[in-house]
Ligand binder design. Structure first.
Ligand SMILES: [Zn+2]
Length: 740
């Protein structure tokens, strides 16, 4: 009666969807875990950046109410995005996560609803406008061409002219000619794009709040029992317990200590006799009821006045009882291998370990504590074993779900992934960057500041609101701190300038050599000040435009554990160090538009906005202003798939913003090295510090085809440990089993 954990991959795998044959990106993380009828899901994220995402995201999770638990590893949308949908579909169990992840996920999901609602409104408006323009152009082109052909009957011709003059005030060919050319061009350009896709609102704010109410917070490294302890003491071993545990269906013998065996055996014999008696008596009752004219078993609804006799319930058939009799025997625990079979799950524990990916992110360890039924004797009959030694009676099955893992060699502010201090039976490791290597963070930072220094106008930095925005802000503020000397020089120069100007003003005769020399020094000083202000990062203003970034930043600043790391993001702290508030968080349309006012348009400013992949949110407004500005620059500090607006801009392709096509004329800089994911060498590094049990399974998710070459490298690495570990590259909807 071996037990298994079954693991099914519902998302987070790049490749072909077996069912729809469509390409699926590595987003939509979701893993179903079934432990002996105890069903849970690790992450339930949104599919992003693929063609059939909408369809996939709206798929209903069948029997969501049957799920016993859920776990959320971190707050990115591709891991948390579909939880409100799951709740909408009937899930009401606990969602285990860290407090930081829970708080961020709530804001992330509410922001998603806000953006979707605004997108739906905008596209409705656009489609209404566009379809009218489209229809009018089509009407004009069709009818104009008929008129020009001259093959119409007089009546038809009059009819068309009447219709045209109704719309265009004049129906003469001469008048319509220009309009016709214009309409034709519009149609040729807009044939494919005249209508925008209407996005789907998958869930609303109330679904998000319901989801949030199901969150159960656990701190990293704390342990939580998610399934009650099912202990197996001698007093617990009763006949009914063995029968309800389904032991009679096993074809293996079960060894019981003599005291328990005698008790169970006599109970079982008595039960068999009584069952036989009950079956016999039921036959008699049947006969007696039949004599009264009643056939079959009555239901409550049938209101018979005849006095009928009730039957005995028979909870276990004679076959079941005999089956149990056949398999129980007196026996003693012999050797370790007996652990392999007939396990009882005693309890299931959940532990989180820091994943270092973003603040609050966790790796999830599920530990199944089971006990072999054959070894019951060893628990109960300790005295029969070597005195002073207790045989191992519990078996721990450790399953690790890594979620997304942060970098080891060049960690971000959120830290690095910790190594799990237990031997694993199963590890599911993200391999987003299989086959790829990040450039060192230091190099990326150097290039980042060079780009800022070289810029002459606005610099737009698309960044995720979660972690990346705060990371970029801290990076700039820390660099500013390094350049505090420039501020000192600036102040000195300013003071000198003020003094000299005073002296110069006091001189009556400006034509003296002294006055001329002072004048020259003043202009040199002014130039120096101008150059210093232009080149030093310390004078740079930073604008953050993203409602979500404001909320996430305040979560970070107010957290008692990580708040200190983000202290520089406090305005008071900036004033204290730099003499002014460097970062300005904006949230209104008015403040947005001001940035591009005539007098401010060419001012050097850094704008950090989201979404990081330029797919929606405030950044669209900035892109529509910056894309065609040759003096402006977009500095990418994150990965964008080629199908997203971000990916298109990086490769110089035109993009649509609110239905309008924009060309990329501004400067583009794509910086690598800020990744929040392990690269290939770091995955191998991480695994070399992970302990596995003999025969363990290691599954690589997220990465695409490049997973196979990584799998080979891992196999080689773990081969050295001679533990016969198998590396699996699952496809979407694959299911694997792990023996408990
Ligand atoms: Zn992530």
């Amino acid at each position: 009666m071996s037990k298994f954990v079954s693991i099914k991959y519902l998302g987070g795998i790049e490749g072909e969807d077996k069912e729809s044959k469509n390409f699926t990106s590595l987003t939509g993380s979701a893993t179903l875990v079934e432990i002996d009828d105890f069903l849970g899901i690790i992450d339930y994220g949104m599919f992003q950046g693929g063609k059939n995402d909408d369809e996939k995201n709206s798929e209903v999770f069948e029997n969501a109410e049957d799920l016993d638990f859920a776990v959320l590893t971190h707050a990115h949308l591709d891991h948390c995005g579909r939880f409100p949908l799951l709740v909408k579909n009937g899930f009401s169990g606990p969602i285990y996560t860290t407090k930081l992840t829970g708080l961020q996920a709530r804001e992330m999901l509410l922001d998603y609803v806000r953006i979707m609602k605004s997108e739906i409104k905008k596209s409705k408006k656009f489609n209404k406008k566009s379809s009218k323009k489209f229809k009018d152009a089509k009407f004009l082109v069709e009818n104009y061409e008929k008129l020009v052909k001259n093959s119409l009957s007089r009546e038809d011709r009059e009819e068309i002219k009447r219709k045209l003059s109704k719309k265009f005030s004049d129906s003469s060919i001469d008048f319509l000619k220009d309009l016709y050319e214009e309409a034709k061009e519009y149609l040729s350009k807009n044939e494919q794009i005249s209508l925008r896709n209407q996005p789907n609102l998958l869930f609303d704010e109330s679904d998000v709040e319901k989801t949030f109410s199901l969150f159960k917070f656990i701190d990293n490294s704390n342990e939580l029992t998610i399934k009650e302890n099912i202990s197996f003491n001698s007093s617990d071993i009763t006949l009914d317990r063995l029968l309800s545990a389904g032991i009679q269906s096993s074809d293996e013998k079960i060894s019981l200590p003599i005291s328990v065996y005698n008790k169970i055996k006599s109970e079982l014999e008595e039960r068999i006799i009584n069952t036989k008696r009950a079956i016999e008596e039921n036959e008699n009752i049947k006969k007696r009821n039949e004599e009264k004219g009643i056939y079959g078993i009555l239901t409550d609804e049938e209101d018979f006045e005849i006095d009928i006799e009730n039957y005995y319930d028979i909870p276990h058939s004679l076959e079941e009882l005999y089956a149990l009799k056949r398999i129980i025997e007196v026996g003693f625990f012999e050797n370790e291998e007996d652990f392999e079979d007939s396990n009882f799950i005693k309890s299931i524990k959940l532990r989180f370990f820091d994943a270092g990916h973003i603040e609050g992110s966790s790796q999830v360890l599920l530990t199944i504590i089971s006990q072999n039924s054959k070894n019951i004797s060893s628990i109960l009959d300790e005295n029969s074993l070597i005195p002073g030694f207790r045989k191992k009676t519990e078996n721990f099955t450790n399953l690790l779900f890594s979620g997304d893992l942060g970098r080891i060699n060049n960690p971000n502010t959120s830290g690095k992934p910790v190594n799990i201090p237990y031997s694993l039976d199963y590890a599911q490791i993200e391999s987003t960057y299989a086959g790829r290597f990040h450039s060192p963070r230091q190099e990326a930072e150097k290039r980042f500041f060079e780009e800022l220094e070289k810029s002459e106008g606005k610099v737009l930095i698309p960044a995720f609101s979660i972690q990346r925005t705060q990371e970029v802000l801290l990076m700039i503020l820390n660099e500013m701190k390094k350049n505090l000397g420039d501020l000192k020089i600036y102040k000195e120069l300013k003071a000198k300038l003020k003094k000299l100007k005073k002296v110069y003003e006091s001189i009556q005769d400006k034509n003296t050599p002294r006055a001329e020399s002072i004048y020259k020094t003043i202009s040199f000083l002014e130039k120096d000040i101008f150059e210093l202000k232009k080149s030093s990062i310390i004078f740079q203003d930073i604008i953050v435009d993203s409602p979500l970034s404001i909320k996430i930043t305040s979560i970070y600043k107010n957290d008692q554990n990580i708040g200190k790391k983000y202290d520089l993001l406090n305005p008071e702290k900036q004033t204290q160090i730099f003499g002014r508030e460097v970062i300005k968080f904006i949230s209104s349309k008015k403040e947005q538009s001001k940035i591009y006012d005539e007098n401010r348009k060419s001012r050097k400013e850094i704008i950090v906005s989201s979404s990081g992949m330029c797919e929606g949110g405030s950044i669209l407004f900035h892109l529509s202003n910056i894309l065609h500005d040759k003096s402006a620059k977009i500095v990418f500090v994150g990965y964008c798939p080629g199908t997203t607006n971000g990916g298109k801009i990086k490769s110089g392709e035109k993009i649509f913003i609110d239905g309008v096509l924009h060309e990329v004329s501004c400067q583009i800089s794509d910086l690598e090295g800020f990744s929040a994911h392990l690269d290939e060498s770091e995955i191998l590094d991480y695994l070399s510090n992970t302990r596995f049990k003999r025969g363990a399974k290691l599954s690589l998710t997220h990465g695409g085809e490049s997973r196979s070459s990584l799998a080979e490298k891992i196999s080689k690495q773990v081969d050295d440990t001679r533990k016969k570990i198998s590396v699996i590259i699952p496809n979407l909807y694959d299911e694997i089993k792990i023996k408990i």
